[in-house]
Design a protein around this ligand. Sequence first.
Ligand SMILES: Nc1nc2c(ncn2[C@@H]2O[C@H](COP(=O)(O)OP(=O)(O)OP(=O)(O)O)[C@@H](O)[C@H]2O)c(=O)[nH]1
Ligand SMILES: [Mg+2]
Length: 134
Amino acid sequence: MERTFVMVKPEGVARGLIGEVLARFERKGLKITRLAMGRVTTEQAEEHYAHLREKPFFGELVEYITSGPVAMAVVEGPDAVRHVRNLVGATNPLEAAPGTIRGDFAVELPYNIVHASDSPESAAAEIERFFGRS
Ligand SMILES: Nc1nc2c(ncn2[C@@H]2O[C@H](COP(=O)(O)OP(=O)(O)OP(=O)(O)O)[C@@H](O)[C@H]2O)c(=O)[nH]1
Ligand SMILES: [Mg+2]
């Protein structure tokens, strides 16, 4: 059993897509074991996107993710990290296949509806960052 961290980003929440996004993980056979609404602080955003600090779009990214309420979830199941990344689709909505969340609901970067952890190690760090130690 593996855990991953998912966040419906501000424009996903604003567009009323929380249920649509989470339903896809549930339909796949994965379990939502934690769920919360919240706001990402600037400090959390800078830490969360630290690997992109040198990119020209870093400032825009931090502004975007802190711009409104988000929905956060822990999703569990066998190979949950890879299954969820497959359901989410490629980072750039232009390259995300139809049938994936980003392929179905997003048109341009950085607005791609949902975040999903890229490894079990990232998942553990992100769950602690956004849900705290449990
Ligand atoms: N404007 C812009 N935003 C980008 C670009 N690349 C990535 N981003 C944004 O930065 C986020 C994090 O990038 P990555 O971690 O490399 O991509 P990812 O793992 O598919 O996406 P996340 O699940 O959100 O972490 C993406 O989801 C986009 O919102 C880019 O070239 N231009
Ligand atoms: Mg990432």
